[in-house]
Design a binder for this molecule. Sequence first.
Ligand SMILES: Cc1ncc(COP(=O)(O)O)c(C=O)c1O
Length: 403
Amino acid sequence: MKTYKQPNKLGRFGEFGGMYVAETLMPILLELDESYKKIQKDKKFKRELNDLFKNYVGRPSPLYHAKNLTKYINGPKIYFKRDELNHTGAHKINNCLGQILLAKKMGKTRIIAETGAGQHGVAVSAVSAYFSMPCFIFMGSKDIERQKPNVFRMKLLGATIIPVESGSKSLKDAMNEALREWIKRCRDSAYVIGSTAGPHPYPKMVRDFQSVIGKEAREQILKVEKRLPDIVCACIGGGSNSMGLFYPFLNDKKVKLIGVEAAGEGANTKKTAATMTSANSSPGVLHGSYSYVLQNKDGQINEAHSISAGLDYPGVGPEHSYLKETKRVKYFSITDKEALNAFQLCSKLEGIIPALEPSHALAYLIKSFKNKDKNKILILNMCGRGDKDLFTAANALGVDANE
Ligand SMILES: Cc1ncc(COP(=O)(O)O)c(C=O)c1O
């Protein structure tokens, strides 16, 4: 069996990925790539990061047998990889610690980031506070409105929030503005991208920092079940929690990998974020990388839509495009309505309020595995908790969350 080895030296996953950026950014990306290569071999860096994972984040996150959901579905035995229990409430902190520790070693004194759901923003703010670095976060004004609890958290943690009013006023536009700011301040600032998106080396670097999820899950399942899982499933925004979980299983050909995108109001409607599963998607360039994007006939990027701010992105990390083309991962999409139902069901059955993002993966499970595959084992990445989504969910359900 051929061992999986992506990306190549130029940051390409097959034909996807690369560095499509302004000339002024090229030396900075190359410097970042070199520094990242160096710290990968640095035992002290690894020790420091592992210590922070353990004592600051609370890793390893548990692998939890969701008995009630398993019984309800009457299908595979379901385990949740509980990254929602991490400090700051999602998987995003794994990557922030890696990137900001690297920024510190590179002598950077200031942090720039973008955020959609605010989970990445909260994690960046917390880690910047930990390292005493000033932190500037670009956020679409639509996301500021729908993720209010996280905006307040970021401010408490000392970050400066910069509202973005352009375009769809969400993650895509926040990332455009953050990239512009980085071009101006690249000498003293590190740009911490929150997903496996953007130009090389970000997709690889973010995947590597997040792969702690899959490494732990693999060890944990071997310990409790004495075998590998049959199915591994995660939601896809830019693709970081899924790549983190999938990566350590990529060489296990018998393990079926499933990525779930946000269909919004329907994958083939205009109100969707299903970057790889919509009829309106095709490969193109967005935020410095060649990958599947939602675009019109003239190559203009379409606005994405999802009830979940973290999945509301018209692009996807290039490694996912490669894994789609090579068919190693199968991709599906779930509507806002289906995700909202799963959000409620999981809360009632398991006593766990999931974020709206993993609710998409949950909804896929409920829809596809009911009364099927009873002897199989499935791991789902519970990559975030639902506290940030209470107002959005209440609004969508037509109830007053303050009552
Ligand atoms: C809880 C949660 N899950 C998933 C995502 C989607 O991002 P990714 O695909 O990079 O994991 C986000 C993004 O903000 C998030 O907050």
